[in-house]
Design a protein around this ligand. Structure first.
Ligand code: BGC
Ligand code: NOJ
Length: 808
């Protein structure tokens, strides 16, 4: 069942009922100012950091689940309704929510009044626009009262929800004409405030929550809206809000636009005040001036559209199947931009106060983002590298505002360092910018202790080599990619964090996954070493990889699949010897991606086992059979009921590794079949089962052992976005920038007989036409009409157009 449809021409998902199976959200903003918005107007906004600079309040895990946002209310002669349906939930004669690229349009119509609100964050602005377009669709004149309302957050979102003894006595505002200034804590150490304004005279406002809603009133029926007028309240402590009242008269057919702005403003510390106690409003006025007419909003919208036109023209496909094309051309790269910006901080499953930028996560997010805005990827790489510790290990997370490693979580996740190599390799392959390797970058943000970026990579690589266990496999530390495999933790105290609890001393648990990742990294690391003229390092890396592959085949091969790990006591995890958790997905994907066992046959065998044991109608499960009891020696993985999260859900992040692995053994049909099971555009038809947005990937889909098999959770902020983009574009469609040229090596399913791809890379444009005759073997390429040997196409000069034909 569907709850809307894709509009491919507009690059929108059009939701046609407010009663979707879960709030379906979108993101506003691409640079520094961001908002989350659901299809019924719920959500919140922040400037750069969702925890430290939260502009508006949102209550998670609420009842109903999604209430609180930037809302507009109508009082039409006593009939109170909201054009976004929520929060009043009065039935609408027409409802439509269109989520587009960094904007959303919500339309509601009732009793001859249509209200269409466009929400967007203009490029280069620290503000969001809510343009409300009212149309009298009836035959008689209309006079209605329109109210805006949003709830300010007292900036620090964690404090805002916990420290009431302080924050209920803090709030301060100013009102000047139609502009409300939220200036809590501005009197002391903050030099930023928020504005909420409209480009029209108002007939009233409220800034005190209790006055507007009533102490016993709620979002569904605020006192002021029901009464038909605001009270011009000035918040003093308690809870500040921004509400405007505008009386609107419309002749039949008349259309009127109102432009509301919610903005974030900073002043220089010595220019905070206009007069004692009165904030300096000059920058706010300048901001509002830029968006004071509907035409200016149209211009901002046009600019946003062309921004996305340009970004998305980097990679396009025409495969003959709109479900593939809309994913690859629009929604997957769009989600990659969001994961790049948010890491794992703010979504409808991540509260924006918990997790900063993940070292491992952000490096992987780069893989799907680097082709969009390489300069921002470069900056991100240098920020991440600066949090690496001198011994090559890494802080697991860092804070976006301070760019410092997060001591609360610390380090010790032994896969982390290797992901930096993967991120840098992707960036250098995309851009050819070898100079980044010579950049001087601090360790642990200490300006006295620096090294080149390549030196950081060297320490990453050697950190793994220097931290190996009894079998010669890498030590796992706190956990590897699988955060819930806490093999040294032994936590017996309820409430203790598996992420931070002190590990048992002498832990020598080993990870076959890290071994696979290491072998996968080695060739690109060696190529980077050659680029910085360190041929011995390159040779050493290749030898180390060959040795590690041998160790994996000796100690990490179980007979039909790769073992997952060795626990603290040296027992196997993910082996047929185990009662539960006999087979895990991660080493099957990553070891094969690394090439281990491809020639000697283990690879195909492992992938066949995945197909037999882990595959379902909804994707590939993380492990089988799931753990039914708590295993002290395994940790968090065994805390989830069977079929959820790491305990045997379809953990979508790891599925593309198997897809890529399948292409490594030439099985495009299987690779593509796996992708279709988790790709949201293919799951759209079963939205009542999947429940989350049909335009973005979710982190997990409940596995077959869960009662709710097929149901997704945790959409948007997941490494699933980047890795699926890599799998479908670089390995199935097969167009992948490498250091020496563009690799064009499609591994297509039989159903895709003709494919056209365009790719912009290093300033040249590649037009690739693939004829898939199902011949198997190596594809045959011609470049500008001339057959070439192999599948590596040398990069053309900037500005050139390179025509490539492929027969396979
Ligand atoms: C989740 C993991 C996540 C970790 C992060 C765990 O509870 O299951 O998916 O990576 O928390 O802290
Ligand atoms: C989500 C985390 O963000 C990521 O770092 C981790 O690899 C996966 N969960 C798997 O546990």
């Amino acid at each position: 069942m569907r709850f809307g449809h894709f509009s491919d021409a507009a690059r929108e998902y059009v939701i046609t009922t407010p009663r979707t199976p879960y709030p379906w959200i979108n993101y506003l903003g691409t640079e520094e100012y961001f908002g989350l918005i659901s299809h019924t107007g719920g959500g919140y906004s922040f400037y750069r950091d969702a925890r430290m600079r939260r502009l508006t309040r949102y209550r998670y895990n609420n009842v109903p689940t999604d209430v609180g946002g930037r809302y507009f209310y109508v009082n039409d002669d006593g009939d109170v309704w909201t054009p976004s349906w929520a929060p009043v939930q009065a039935e609408l004669d027409h409802f439509e929510a269109r989520h587009g690229l960094s904007y959303t349009v919500i339309t509601g119509e009732r009793n001859g009044l249509r209200i269409e609100t466009l929400y967007l964050v203009p490029l280069g602005a620290t503000a969001e626009i809510h343009r409300v377009r009212l149309t009298n669709t009836g035959a008689t004149a209309k006079g209605v009262k329109l109210f805006s309302v949003l709830e300010f957050n007292l900036w620090n979102a964690l404090d805002d929800q916990t420290n009431y003894q302080r924050n209920l006595s803090l709030a301060e505002v100013e009102v000047d004409g139609s502009t409300i200034y939220h200036k809590t804590e501005y009197r002391e150490r903050r030099n930023h405030y928020a504005v909420h304004a409209v480009n029209a005279p108002i007939s009233g406002y409220d800034t005190d929550r209790e006055t507007f809603f009533g102490l016993y009133g709620g979002w569904n029926a605020p006192d002021a809206v029901v009464a038909g007028h605001c009270h011009n309240s000035i918040a003093s402590g308690w809870s500040p809000i921004g509400a405007h009242q505008i009386d609107v008269a419309l002749a039949p057919g008349e259309v009127r636009d109102l432009v509301f702005v919610l903005g974030y403003v900073e002043n220089e510390p010595d220019a905070k005040w206009e007069s004692p106690g009165v904030v300096n409003k000059a920058p706010a006025r300048a901001l509002l001036q830029r968006f004071s007419t509907s035409e200016q909003v149209d211009a901002a919208m046009a600019e946003l559209r062309s921004y996305w036109d340009d970004l998305l023209s980097t990679f396009t496909v025409d495969s003959g199947d709109p479900r593939v094309d809309r994913m690859v051309n629009v929604w997957n790269p769009y989600q990659c931009m969001v994961t790049f910006n948010m890491s794992r901080s703010a979504s409808y499953f991540e509260t924006g106060i918990g997790r900063g930028m993940g070292f491992r996560d952000s490096n992987q997010d780069l893989l799907g983002f680097v082709h969009l805005v390489p300069d921002r990827a470069r900056e991100r790489i240098l920020d991440i590298a600066a949090t690496q510790l001198p011994d090559g290990s890494a802080y697991h997370q860092y804070q976006l505002l301070t760019k410092r490693g997060n001591h609360d979580i610390g380090s010790g996740f032994n896969d982390d360092p290797l992901w930096l190599i993967e991120g840098v390799a992707a960036y250098v392959s995309e851009t050819g910018d070898l100079a980044i390797l010579d950049e001087d970058v601090p360790f642990d943000n200490d300006p006295e202790d620096t090294g080149t970026l390549f030196e950081h990579l060297r320490r990453s690589f050697h950190h793994v080599l220097h931290n190996r266990g009894p079998h010669g496999l890498p030590l796992i530390g706190r956990a590897d990619w699988n955060d819930c495999l806490n093999l040294n933790c032994f936590s017996e105290t309820s409430g203790e964090s598996f992420q931070t609890t002190e590990n048992l001393a002498g832990g020598s648990a080993e990870s076959v996954f890290i071994a696979g990742l290491f072998v996968h990294c080695a060739p690109v690391y060696a190529a980077l070493a050659e680029a910085v003229r360190a041929p011995e390092e390159a040779d050493g890396a290749r030898r180390a990889a060959a040795a590690m592959s041998a160790v994996v085949l000796d100690h990490g091969w179980d007979g039909d699949w790769f073992v997952r790990a060795y626990d603290y006591f040296g027992n196997k995890v993910g082996s047929s010897e185990c009662d539960e958790g006999k087979i895990y997905i991660e080493p099957q994907g990553f070891c094969v991606m690394a090439g281990i066992g491809v020639e000697s046959g283990e690879a195909v065998r492992a992938l066949d086992s995945v197909g037999k044991i882990l595959d379902t109608d909804h994707g590939i499960m993380l492990l089988q059979p799931p753990y039914t009891t708590y295993h002290l020696e395994l940790g968090e993985i065994s805390t989830y009921p069977p079929g959820y999260k790491e305990n045997g859900s379809i953990f979508c992040h790891s599925n593309p590794w198997v897809m890529i692995a399948e292409t490594m053994v030439g099985r495009g049909d299987r690779a593509f079949a796996y992708w279709k099971k988790i790709a949201p555009t293919f799951r759209e038809e079963i939205s009542e089962v999947h429940r989350l947005e049909p335009y973005v990937y979710a982190q997990m889909i409940a596995g077959k052992d869960a009662p709710r098999h097929g149901e997704a959770k945790n959409s948007w902020l997941t490494g699933t976005a980047a890795w699926n983009f890599v799998a479908i574009t670089q390995h199935i469609l097969g167009v992948k920038p490498e250091m020496e040229g563009l690799r064009v090596q499609p591994c297509l399913p039989a159903e895709m007989t003709k494919v056209e791809v365009t790719r912009r890379c290093r300033g040249a444009q590649y037009r690739i036409t693939v004829a898939n005759r199902g011949e198997g073997g190596s594809p045959r390429l011609a470049v500008d009409g001339q057959p070439i040997n192999g599948t590596l196409v040398p990069y053309g000069p900037a500005g050139s157009i390179v025509e490539i034909t492929v027969d396979c």
